[in-house]
Design a protein. Structure first.
Lengths: 201, 216
């Protein structure tokens, strides 16, 4: 048995951790070796000294504190779960808005299927027919304005002037809007025509 | 075991065992086996875990307190160790090693805390040593036992953290070498030599006239 092993075995002997097969050999060494015995005494003194330290009881509230903290963190974890779901829903909603926004922008600011608004002045409707309103006023709420298939821009302007005080929907798809910025006619085929206040006047 | 050539050897071993037993609550121990409590706790049974906390809170608290030498800090670290242990119980593969596993968490928590705070153990000790002396020992009272306790704590605080930890779990908490190896995450073969050299180092800082009243 080498010296290093011998002296560290003293700790194990003191702690009752030395293998039985080594105990007697070490006792024999202790009897014959004053230095080893002195080392053993020092080890024993320290262990004795430490054993004098009183064990201070943990605070009475420790268990309550621990269980309370566990409950709090469990609730927090549950809360985090809901927040995660809420955040996911929020994110999904945001994505939807972005997707539809992109579609809207790509569509020239129109609803799907709606055609871009045309400036009345661009249609040169002083000379060209812009379409038919035949059948677009069947609701009966709005006085029928006879517009032929070759209705001119003037016909639309007259229609706009006559109707600007009404907010009644023409039918499920068409409507008339007028505000200070002008009038937008929404035709059944989805085409829109913008008539500025100057045009109306 | 062979003849005892040095008086007191057996007595010391037995004393260590008695210390270990006395720190347990007989009331708690009678209710369920530890493994049952650990398994129930792992399933989220807080009542079962409460019994485990009752069983170990004093030991863990004393271990941490011996390391940080500050009552409030020791309470916080002990609490955090128990809480962490609860939420990690499913990772504990062997319920019978709960005790050493718990000490391991507490030891890591203690060291982590000190590292995070970037405090040197010595600095902490210097602060708490004064508060400890102020709180616990009034030299004017001449209370011999308190002076002895204070002296041992002061000597302990001069050791490195790993030396202090191993002496506390061995000589104060009564863990076996196997449990110490698990608790401090060191090889079993290292435990024996580390304890030996830690005791030798502590002995350098102990004044036997204070410890043994001039008997030694």
């Amino acid at each position: 048995m080498e010296r290093h092993r011998e002296i560290t075995d003293l700790a194990a002997l003191l702690d009752g951790e030395l293998k039985d097969s080594n105990v007697e050999a070490l006792y024999a060494q202790l009897n014959d070796d004053d230095g080893l015995r002195e080392e053993f005494e020092l080890q024993r003194e320290v262990k004795t000294a430490l054993s004098q330290l009183p064990e201070e009881p943990a605070p009475d509230f420790m268990t309550t504190r621990v269980l309370g903290e566990i409950a709090t963190r469990r609730n927090r974890k549950t809360g985090l779960g809901w927040r995660t779901v809420a955040a996911a829903l929020g994110g999904f909603s945001f994505c939807l808005v972005v997707v539809f926004g992109v579609m809207f922008i790509n569509n020239g600011g129109m609803n799907p299927g709606q055609q871009p608004t045309t400036l009345a002045s661009e249609r040169e409707f002083a000379h060209q027919p812009v379409g038919t309103l035949d059948g677009e006023f069947r609701s009966g709420h709005i006085p029928m304005i006879p517009v032929s298939a070759d209705a001119s821009a003037q016909d639309f302007m007259k229609f706009a002037i006559d109707q600007h005080d009404y907010s009644t929907r023409l039918n499920s798809t068409d409507s008339l809007n007028r505000d200070l910025a002008g009038v937008i006619l929404l035709l059944e085929n989805g085409e829109t025509i913008y008539i500025s206040p100057e045009d109306i006047e | 075991m062979g003849p005892d050539p040095v008086p007191g050897t057996m007595e010391m071993t037995l004393r260590g065992a008695v210390l270990t037993q006395s720190s347990r609550s007989a009331e708690d121990a009678a209710d369920f086996s530890e493994e049952t409590l650990v398994l129930r706790s792992a399933d989220g049974d807080e009542l079962a875990y409460g019994k485990l906390v009752n069983r170990y809170h004093t030991r863990l608290y004393n271990f941490v307190r011996s390391m940080v030498r500050n009552t409030e800090l020791a309470e916080d670290i002990t609490q955090e160790s128990f809480v962490k242990a609860f939420f990690s119980l499913k990772k504990l593969q062997n319920p019978s090693s709960f005790k050493s596993w718990l000490f391991r968490i507490a030891n890591n928590n203690t060291l982590d805390y000190l590292r995070k705070k970037k405090l040197q153990l010595v600095d902490v000790d210097e602060q708490v040593r004064e508060s400890y002396v102020d709180d616990r020992v009034n030299p004017a009272d001449g209370v011999e036992q308190d002076a002895r306790v204070s002296h041992i704590h002061n000597a302990l605080s001069k050791l490195k953290a790993d030396q202090r930890a191993i002496l506390v779990v061995c000589d104060l908490q009564g863990l076996s070498y196997q449990e110490i190896a698990e608790a401090l995450n060191i090889p079993f073969g290292t435990v024996q030599s580390r304890i030996f050299y830690a005791r030798r180092k502590l002995r350098e800082h102990l004044d036997t006239s204070i410890i043994f009243g001039g008997e030694a």
